[in-house]
Design a protein around this ligand. Structure first.
Ligand code: GRF
Length: 203
């Protein structure tokens, strides 16, 4: 399955997806990486791995719809069957999300539906949570909503700062996203009545 990865920044999840998809027998390959930011360090991660990159700079487009149309065109030109958003910091229009329905994944650094949005780790600590984690889900129009493919729980430890917690969650993200992509790309994870059903296999 041909995958396009959307990024805006560092690209550490992209790096883990590249490594996983290059394992023998992995059911997906990353054929394009698109960033809305021209200086995203993740672009260099892709280039170093020999993966084609493209910048679709949101600042070059007068409206969200115009930006989304170019993003959509770039993905279709590349023959993409599944989008993985990995630290992509733009809200996509309803039309875009709908046309990629059940064909777009996102990773979020909390146990959704708790702590949608930004400043996740600060808010987890403020709330006094003892456990947090990360989630890979299919994308829907509402931010950080959609059928959940996979989650990992991560402990909050005494004395954690938001950065310490972010690092611990990020390590879990790097394991989770490849696993979730494998489930979806192999056809084992499917959306049925807005929930993900996982079928067959043992691993
Ligand atoms: C990750 O924590 C991801 O969950 C969030 O943004 C961060 C992106 O990090 N949406 P990276 O660019 O993959 O390193």
């Amino acid at each position: 399955m041909k995958v396009g990865v959307l990024i805006s920044g560092r690209g550490s999840n992209l790096r883990s997806l590249i490594a996983a998809t290059r394992e023998p027998g992995f059911p997906a390959e990353i054929v394009i990486v698109i960033s809305n930011k021209p200086d995203a360090p993740g672009l260099e991660v892709a280039r170093a791995a020999g993966i084609p990159t493209q910048v679709v700079n949101h600042k070059d487009y007068p409206t969200r719809e115009a930006f989304d149309a170019e993003l959509d065109a770039a993905l279709r030109r590349a023959g993409i069957e599944l989008i993985c958003s990995a630290g992509f910091m733009r809200i996509l229009s309803d039309g875009f999300v709908e046309s990629w329905r059940d064909r777009q994944l996102n990773i979020h650094p909390s146990l959704l539906p708790a702590f949608k949005g930004l400043r996740v780790h600060e808010r987890v600590l403020e709330a006094g949570c003892r456990i947090t984690g990360c989630t890979v889900h299919f994308v829907r129009a509402a931010m950080d909503e959609g059928p959940i493919v996979a989650q990992v729980a991560v402990p909050v430890l005494e004395g954690d700062t938001p950065d310490m917690l972010a690092d611990r969650v990020l390590e879990a993200e790097h394991k989770l996203y490849p696993l979730a992509l494998k489930l979806v790309a192999s056809g084992r994870a499917r959306v049925v009545n807005e929930r993900v059903e996982i079928s067959g296999g043992s691993g």
